[in-house]
Design a protein around this ligand. Structure first.
Ligand SMILES: NC(=O)c1ccc[n+]([C@@H]2O[C@H](COP(=O)([O-])OP(=O)(O)OC[C@H]3O[C@@H](n4cnc5c(N)ncnc54)[C@H](OP(=O)(O)O)[C@@H]3O)[C@@H](O)[C@H]2O)c1
Length: 360
């Protein structure tokens, strides 16, 4: 198969770097165009990654490939004109609102941004969890007159929660979910960022907009697509906090189920969960969801890189008699599964399903 030419918008950011890292040596995709703000445009990627004083701002594992480091960066308009087959967009909401439609008019856009996640003709896809939602893509293309489309991945806090809830939804039904997150500093990106002085030796009990996103997105992902989206009819409430952790979002989850569930049955449902359609995709982990019995796990430092940062780890499964269901702790990597590498996995799935790389 001829490799698909790939552009990355926001390539210097934390999520964009994870896209670039996930595409290095990729068997299906090759990076041919990189773009970011006017600050980076005109510089080779390696140079654009240098911050004040020359310190490297590369945050992903290993280092960028020399062939990618030497690519001269453009700004968003350059990517609109570039000869590419698909684009990854990893920019803030406002930038995405302006540029993703211009890109999608020509090519598929796989996005880590929130700008279009709530639109009625845009799927919020987690491959293996809600594959049927891709059925909206032809409608999106037709209604908007685009040759491409926009396919965003969920917010990184939603990802681990939705994946862990799916087997419980299938087996027991979900009545109510309550969640408190302990989110890593890298989740705030570089531009928005969290100052070290604010977060060291501290917990910040508010992340603007995050709780609303988790509620809306989880209900959309676990809902149905027919000729329109029907959100899952569960009550969902959460508190999102920022903690002194580099990578990996940890969440304490309480679930009231429709049919009786105890810890052992829920453990077994998660252990047996086999998401459909991931086998053979280059970025798919051996297990998308693993559940462990060690009561001291999951921990961000020890478990975030499970499955190359693509495996969600659940632990501390307990029966919750007060709620009538179960409670557990879930951990997922926010910049890998929750951003760059998760976006690449979605692109792989969309390619194999014929949405990317074929005739529009
Ligand atoms: N960090 C995470 O864990 C995570 C997880 C899931 C989703 N996301 C989402 O991914 C997106 C990017 O987040 P991030 O954490 O990677 O942020 P970030 O580290 O602050 O990076 C922002 C990127 O956007 C570029 N940019 C800024 N203004 C631009 C413009 N006008 N035109 C083109 N590019 C522009 C920046 O380029 P310069 O370097 O040139 O300034 C940089 O490459 C956000 O929507 C975020 O919500 C992030």
């Amino acid at each position: 198969m001829k490799k698909l030419r790939t552009g990355v918008l926001g390539a210097t950011g934390l999520a964009g770097q994870q896209v670039v890292a996930a595409l290095q040596g990729h068997p299906w995709f090759v990076v041919t165009a990189l773009a970011a703000s006017e600050r980076s445009a005109g510089k080779p990627y390696g140079e654009a990654l240098r911050g004040s004083g020359g310190a490297s701002r590369w945050f992903a594992d290993g280092s960028a490939d020399p062939s990618v480091e030497s690519l001269v960066m453009g700004a968003a308009p350059d990517l609109v004109d570039a000869d590419v087959d698909l684009v990854f967009s990893a920019v803030d909401r406002e930038v995405a609102l302006e540029w993703e439609p211009k890109l999608a008019a020509r090519v598929p856009v796989i996005s880590t941004a929130s700008a279009f996640r709530d639109e009625a003709d845009v799927p919020l896809l987690l491959p293996g969890i809600n594959n049927a939602h891709a059925g909206v893509i032809p409608t999106q293309r037709k209604m908007r007159g685009w040759r491409g489309f926009i396919a965003p991945i969920p917010n990184c806090t939603t990802t681990g929660l939705a994946i862990s809830l799916k087997p419980l939804q299938d087996r027991f039904g979900l009545r109510l979910v309550a969640m408190t997150s302990m989110q890593a500093v890298s989740g705030a990106g570089r531009a928005g960022g969290v100052l070290a002085l604010d977060v060291i030796d501290n917990v910040v009990p508010f992340i603007p907009g995050e709780e609303e996103k988790v509620v809306r997105e989880t209900r959309k992902i676990l809902g149905c697509w027919g000729d329109r989206f029907e959100p899952a009819p569960l009550a969902l409430t959460c508190t999102c906090t920022r903690v002194n952790v580099q990578d990996g979002h940890t969440e304490a989850v309480f679930v009231a189920t429709e049919r009786p569930a105890d810890a052992e049955a829920a453990f077994e449902a998660m252990a047996a969960f086999t998401p459909e359609g991931l086998a053979g995709l280059p970025s798919a982990p051996e297990r998308l969801l693993q559940v462990v019995r060690d009561p001291f796990r999951p921990q961000p430092r020890r478990d975030r890189d499970a499955g190359g940062g693509m495996t969600v780890t659940v632990g501390r499964m307990r029966t919750d008699e007060a709620l009538g269901g179960v409670k557990y702790v879930v951990l997922s990597h926010n910049t890998k599964l929750g951003a760059g590498k998760g976006a690449v996995l979605l692109a792989e799935w969309l390619t194999r399903e014929g949405f990317v790389g074929g005739p529009a």
